[in-house]
Design a binder for this molecule. Structure first.
Ligand code: HEC
Ligand code: HEC
Ligand code: HEC
Ligand code: HEC
Length: 341
């Protein structure tokens, strides 16, 4: 009997090891030193995943530059309902319409946003959303250069040929759960994809990707001497956000931090600075643009608690440290890098 159990144990152990070798992140792994020697600041990446990411994050080729007609959209009587792109040359405008079709709705075509009987009609919600998206893209490319630098973004950075970007988030209360002692699990204990299958709070976004969010949780003194410190719940949320950031960029914590002192900016890598701006940029994009479209989206596009889809780090990054490996598409579409009035 005793040996029987041991035997089953050995078989189970062997199967588990095999499963680990074949399906989990098995060696060899690629390791790149990113910090001073001896600090353990290494970027550990799976070469097999990296190959898949390489293939999935290729920027499409830009259309050839427009042959300018010398006539601006706002001066042409053929265009009657252009509110954002009026300053463009007519040819530039047409080229952009073609490009956004290939970036956002390549299968559906122009009619995803337009009533073919009357292109000026604003009857389709998608057109109203797209107009706001034009302003949003311009805002990112002009106001958020501390994050996107001169690389910038186009519709393709998020959409990748899909009307709804692959990575979006909604407010998540975790659905109905038991009352009484188990009433509040603080969003924990349901391993969730949003936080890399950890059982950290699965919605760190609502509170931490918001203007004025309190992400810092480390105490500045050895003992809690009267000053209110961060709660365990707040700490878990910060860690959940950090897991999301790492997963979205396909990096380890040491891509930004020296893990002997997570809070210290002096010991962090320079990459932590764009990340800091990124958090603020995402809050701005969501609050200024997506939330303002709340009433425009139909019910089937809203989340379980009726809120609009929002952006997080994964929406643009999609698993790599610079979206599309830092290839700038906007350099060929300078009309998307014009400040909003
Ligand atoms: C993803 C949505 C989207 C797609 C797809 C799209 N458009 Fe547009 N289109 C817009 C928006 C938004 C405006 C208004 C821009 C503004 O107000 O500055 C517009 C305006 C226009 C206008 C000006 C109409 C007027 O008189 O006011 C024309 C013409 C036009 N688009 C042509 C096209 C063509 C042709 C295609 C397909 C190759 C196309 N669009 C695909 C969103 C889209
Ligand atoms: C920072 C990321 C981001 C960028 C850049 C971006 N979008 Fe979006 N877009 C979103 C998100 C998030 C949604 C909401 C998803 C949904 O529709 O449920 C969305 C929705 C849309 C929709 C509605 C689709 C639908 O079926 O509901 C259209 C149309 C659209 N975007 C057009 C554009 C155009 C055109 C551009 C470029 C000028 C652009 N977007 C740039 C993130 C982005
Ligand atoms: C892409 C860069 C980046 C990555 C990767 C990253 N962090 Fe952070 N981390 C930041 C930034 C930026 C802040 C400061 C946020 C703020 O103040 O708004 C921060 C803050 C923190 C804090 C709070 C420090 C304090 O002052 O209280 C902790 C703890 C932390 N990170 C842990 C982690 C852990 C653990 C990981 C890996 C799972 C990780 N971080 C991955 C950029 C990063
Ligand atoms: C609107 C699209 C967009 C979103 C959303 C976004 N980023 Fe970025 N991010 C970019 C672009 C574009 C770059 C490349 C800038 C450059 O060329 O240096 C970049 C660069 C970075 C870098 C520098 C990487 C390096 O190798 O130097 C970090 C770190 C970063 N982002 C973190 C974040 C974090 C964290 C979030 C979420 C809080 C986030 N980003 C959200 C577009 C985005």
């Amino acid at each position: 009997m005793k040996y029987g159990l041991a035997f089953i144990g050995i078989i189970a152990g062997t199967l588990l090891t095999l499963a680990m070798m074949l399906h989990w992140e098995r060696p060899p792994m690629a390791s790149t030193q990113v910090g001073p020697r001896g600090t353990g600041m290494d970027l550990i990446q799976n070469p097999r995943t990296m190959a898949v990411l390489k293939a999935a994050n290729v920027a499409p080729e830009s259309d050839p530059p427009a042959q300018l007609s010398g006539v601006k959209v706002k001066d042409s009587k053929d265009y009657v309902n252009v509110k954002v792109l009026g300053d463009l040359d007519v040819e530039e405008f047409n080229r952009l319409m073609g490009a956004i079709t290939s970036w956002v709705s390549p299968e559906q075509g122009c009619t995803y946003c337009h009533n073919p009987e009357n292109m000026a009609d604003d009857g389709l919600y998608t057109k109203v959303v797209a107009r706001r998206m034009l302003q949003m893209t311009r805002q990112i490319n002009t106001m958020w250069t501390p994050h996107v630098q001169q690389t910038g973004v186009t519709c393709y950075t998020c959409h990748r040929g899909n009307p709804v970007p692959a990575n979006i988030w909604f407010k998540n209360d975790g659905g109905p759960h038991a009352a009484g002692m188990s009433a509040s699990r603080q969003g924990n204990n349901l391993a969730s994809k949003s936080v890399g299958l950890t059982s950290l709070p699965y919605d760190p976004f609502t509170t931490l990707l918001a203007k004025g969010a309190q992400i810092r949780i480390s105490g500045t003194e050895a003992l809690p001497t009267g000053k209110p410190g961060a709660s365990i719940q707040d700490t878990e949320k910060t860690y959940a956000l950090m897991i999301h950031m790492s997963e979205s960029l396909g990096v380890n914590c040491t891509f930004c931090h020296n893990s002997r002192q997570f809070a210290s900016w002096a010991e962090s890598r320079p990459q932590r600075v764009p990340a800091w701006h990124g958090i603020r940029m995402v809050a701005d994009v969501n609050e200024t643009f997506l939330v303002s479209l709340q009433g425009v989206f139909p019910a089937n596009r809203l989340g379980p608690s009726g809120d609009v889809a929002k952006v997080n780090c994964a929406t643009c990054h999609q698993g790599v440290n610079k979206p599309l490996y830092g290839v700038s598409m906007v350099k060929d579409y300078p009309e998307l890098r014009v400040p909003n009035p």
